[in-house]
Design a protein around this ligand. Structure first.
Ligand code: FNR
Length: 360
């Protein structure tokens, strides 16, 4: 029998992935002033021996006040490049590709990391928080007295430029791909939805105005990120609320992104923009969104969310529901999760030469 689909290579622009196993971006809230450090070196490097073909670094802020918390990773200063490059080089030496998710947290900025008291709540100025911004003055936490400022057009232009500069730094650091974060209620996502974007200028109102910021950011990113290099966009395919952003909107957006011709893959997640979301969570619950988008628009997609074993992963790929599978928590639990998937399919992955006991 042939190689299981999960272990078949795929070429996306100039990036050749040795299999379909991807480490999903996951914030570690372990940085100071945006810098990645020894923690990140160990954390990300371990996955380069764990069987994944591509590791995507956590949401990294494109500007200082676009961090979710003060402990976020950042790519908003040229000084961040050196630390990133060191980890990238190490991962490359282990025959693994590496990408970075670039993000602006919008109205979810100035928050507490999820593992500290008052998790995810907005931090006030006097407690070390900062002024934060969104499409409109609607806070994510409806009971919060801390309100985002509505971005002015000048500020929007600055943010668009920041995404471009982040892409320039990502190139300099040697990343193979960029995942643009337009999901989970962060800035770009919050502009997409009419529940959070009540603007009446060119960036709000009808569908085309609400998606304009994302399109502008993609254009700016492509000024610095060569067209030969893969650009993924993570979207929340549905907001899981009535009258919010829906799968139909995502399909419409994908069609426009394809016309624009600058994006290579839709990274299909959901939710995170509304406290009123009603999600039925279960195994592979987000796969149908990836499936619809891939089948209707013929663009590449990745699926993520409670995909936990090789048999399910194989089915998703074989049935054409996604091109790549991203795994988050499974890799947190077991850095060698890729080897586990392999052994479930009867494949023996190579281990680093230092660990290969049969050679001794
Ligand atoms: C996440 N997730 C996430 N998503 C994202 O787009 N950017 C991010 O920085 C993070 N950060 C993050 C941190 C931690 C600790 C977890 C567990 C999750 C979501 C993640 O990428 C993934 O989509 C979900 O975890 C669902 O996949 P799993 O974990 O069920 O495989």
């Amino acid at each position: 029998k042939g190689i299981p689909t999960l272990f078949q290579p795929i070429q996306i622009k100039d990036m050749l992935l040795k299999n379909r196993i991807i480490v999903s971006p996951m914030c570690m809230y372990s940085s100071k002033d945006g810098y990645m450090n020894d923690f990140h070196m160990v954390h990300y490097s371990q996955y380069s021996r764990g069987g994944a073909s591509l590791i995507i670094f956590e949401a990294s802020a494109v500007c200082k006040d676009g961090r979710i918390s003060s402990a976020d990773a950042g790519i908003y200063m040229d000084e961040h490049i050196e630390g990133l490059k060191k980890i990238v080089n190490f991962i490359h030496a282990n025959d693994t590709k590496v990408g970075i998710q670039i993000s602006h947290a919008g109205r979810k900025s100035s928050s507490t990391p999820p593992f500290l008291p008052n998790a995810r709540r907005t931090v006030a100025l006097e407690d070390g928080g900062w002024e934060f911004y969104g499409p409109t003055e609607i806070p994510f936490h409806s009971d919060s007295k801390l309100i985002p400022h509505q971005l002015t057009i000048d500020q929007i232009n600055e943010i668009i430029k920041s995404f471009g500069q982040a892409a320039r730094r990502a190139l300099e650091a040697g990343f193979d791909m960029i995942d643009l974060h337009s999901a989970h209620g962060y800035l770009l996502d919050s502009f997409l939805s009419s529940t959070s974007n009540k603007r009446t200028d060119q960036y709000g109102g009808d569908f085309n105005s609400r998606i304009k910021l994302l399109l502008d950011v993609i254009k700016e990113v492509r000024v610095y990120w060569p067209i030969s290099k893969p650009l993924f966009v993570r979207i929340s395919c549905t907001e899981w609320v009535e009258n919010g952003w829906t799968l139909d909107d995502s399909l419409k957006l994908t069609e426009i992104l394809q016309e624009q011709g600058l994006v290579d893959l839709i990274d299909c997640s959901t939710g995170g923009n509304s406290q009123n979301q009603k999600i039925t969570v279960g195994p592979m619950y987000q796969v149908p969104f990836s499936s619809e988008i891939r089948q209707k628009s013929k663009i590449l997609t990745s699926a993520v969310g409670l995909i936990k074993n090789a048999a399910d992963s194989e089915e998703i790929l074989k049935q054409g529901k996604a091109d790549l599978i991203m795994y988050g928590r499974p890799f947190l639990k077991d850095p060698y999760f890729g080897h586990k998937l392999a052994s479930e399919l009867g494949i023996d992955l190579e281990v680093p030469i230092q660990y290969n006991m049969t050679r001794r």
